[in-house]
Design a protein around this ligand. Structure first.
Ligand SMILES: *Cc1c(COP(=O)(O)O)cnc(C)c1O
Length: 495
């Protein structure tokens, strides 16, 4: 027997659904009419339809809560208007990073140096020498703009820059390994932040992956035994976002080169594959050694090449501090093959990125200047005294401006991270401004700072407190902005 109550609920529900306004009615509401001059009619109609569909779905699933369903019905016009106006507002926006992660992948990794920003503007605003050779007054190549600089900075013979390091890995494997074997240690089969998995990239480029060793230990003999007539590469991958500690062993690229040479020498001159290559995917790939980071620092790209790699690749927007790119260095002969691979066309850099990369690389010609002007390097190397000063500045500002009975403010020692898979084991000591809430709370304030501020502010929550790590702020002006928005938060909370 049907439950009488359920029947009533279902009658209620149908009645509610029937009482929803029509598309026409919603469009004629004052909320939506205000948008008529701002947006194309079709877009408004589509937004209203979507909102009505969603409202119907929500009412059907909320029959236990009649009041809520009623509320949905009454606010459908306002929500339709909101949905449509989303299109008018920028989605990719500036953010203030007070989270203390320097190469924060979710927040765009590296902020560019002013020189690079200027170069991007010039390239964007006007025609450029992108593929025009002014010496010969004829067609040029976009690869020339950065190649000489990369070679000068790494000691490489030749170089090419592509869309990102994932693209670089794929291109190298497709060109030199496809249908052949690449040998890789089980300790280096990494996954790097969302969807870059070494085994997947391998199969995408039709490379046969030969895993050797164990998760914690791989010996030279593991590689030696795995080499066959079909082997074309020994591949080394930087373990970026994790470290094996304890009972571990891996084979460095110098040793890999020795193994490759020995095996290649046994192959005759007319071997169909030729010599076995050693390639290292460095991940972050610094161009300068970071003195403050001692032996935990990252090897520079030039050092990796000198150790004996035939090819090295690394990202443009990690420790290098430039735009998204993947840089490959090696011999003239190998890089020439990559340049003529069809993937080079599909994965090429656009003019704005090239402009930013060239300008960033040029700063490295004067290492001190690079350290001063490239935000990623500046943040990594900022000393405790400077960071403490910045934290004191923000704390004082907040102590002066925020109502004393609402929040306790102090400066505490904290830890920043390099991020982007660089220096994963390194705690970078920093100072953060800590807010302990008497009114409101850390979660609520965090939401306000992200969702209700013109420029979202990303801090960090720990034990019911909200922290602002000043190491990742780009300027004192950002500290001023944090203060202004916190004033607003407490004002709204008082109402
Ligand atoms: C980050 C990283 C990549 C991917 O580089 P993108 O520039 O993000 O494409 C590949 N390999 C390693 C070891 C990395 O750390």
């Amino acid at each position: 027997m049907p439950n009488e109550r359920a029947l009533m609920a279902s009658n209620d529900l149908n009645q509610l659904l029937r009482s929803l306004p029509s598309v026409e009615e919603v469009i004629n509401s004052t909320e939506v009419q205000e948008l008529i001059s701002l947006l194309p009619h079709d877009i408004i109609v589509a937004a209203v339809r979507e909102e009505l569909d969603e409202t119907r779905r929500a009412i059907r699933t909320s029959h236990a809560d009649r009041q809520y369903a009623q509320q949905l019905r009454e606010t459908v016009a306002a929500r339709s208007a909101q949905r449509a106006t989303k299109l008018l507002k920028p989605s990719l926006r500036r953010v203030i990073n007070a989270a203390g992660v320097i190469i924060h992948t979710n927040l765009g990794r590296s902020a560019l140096a002013e020189e690079a920003v200027h170069a991007v503007q010039e390239a964007a605003r006007s025609y450029s020498t992108l593929e025009y050779n002014t010496d010969t007054l004829s067609r040029g190549s976009r690869h020339t703009h950065c190649e000489q600089l990369i070679c000068a900075l790494t000691g490489a013979e030749a170089a090419i820059a592509v869309n990102n390091n994932a693209a670089a890995v794929m291109m190298i494997l497709s060109e030199f390994v496809a249908e052949h074997e690449a040998i890789i240690s089980r300790g280096e089969l990494v996954e790097i932040g969302g969807s870059f998995r070494m085994p997947d990239i391998m199969s995408l480029s039709h490379a046969f992956m030969v895993e050797v060793g164990t998760t914690n230990k791989t010996h030279p003999s593991d590689y030696q035994r795995a080499i066959t007539d079909n082997t074309s590469m020994l591949l080394k991958v930087h373990t970026s976002n994790y470290r094996l500690i304890g009972f571990t062993e891996s084979v460095d690229s110098k040793e890999l080169k020795r193994i490759a040479q020995e095996a290649s020498a046994k192959r005759g001159e007319d071997h169909p594959i030729g010599d076995i290559l050693v390639y290292e995917d460095l991940g972050s790939g610094a161009l300068l050694s970071l003195p403050g980071f001692g032996c935990e620092g990252e090897p520079t790209a030039g050092e990796a090449l000198k150790r004996g790699c035939d090819l090295v690749s690394f990202s443009g927007d990690k420790l290098l501090g430039g735009p998204q790119a993947g840089i490959i260095i090696g011999s003239k002969k190998l890089i020439a093959r990559l340049k003529s691979n069809p993937l080079a066309r599909a994965l090429r850099l656009d003019k704005m990125t090239l402009a930013a990369l060239e300008a960033t690389l040029r700063l490295y010609l004067e290492p001190e200047r690079a350290r001063r002007e490239i935000p990623t390097l500046r943040m990594l190397e900022a000393n405790a005294e400077k960071v403490r000063d910045d934290a004191d500045y923000l704390a004082k500002l907040l102590q002066q401006k925020l109502p004393a009975d609402c929040v306790f403010i102090d400066v505490v020692e904290e830890v920043s991270r390099a991020g982007g898979g660089a220096l994963p084991m390194r705690d970078i000591p920093t100072f953060a401004v800590r807010l302990n809430f008497v009114r409101g709370n850390a979660q609520d304030c965090e939401r306000f700072l992200v969702q209700e501020c013109p420029v979202p502010i990303v801090g960090r929550i720990k034990q019911e407190s909200l922290f602002f790590d000043v190491r990742t702020l780009l300027s004192r002006q950002e500290a001023d902005e944090i203060s202004q928005q916190l004033i607003r938060y407490f004002q709204e909370d008082m109402k």
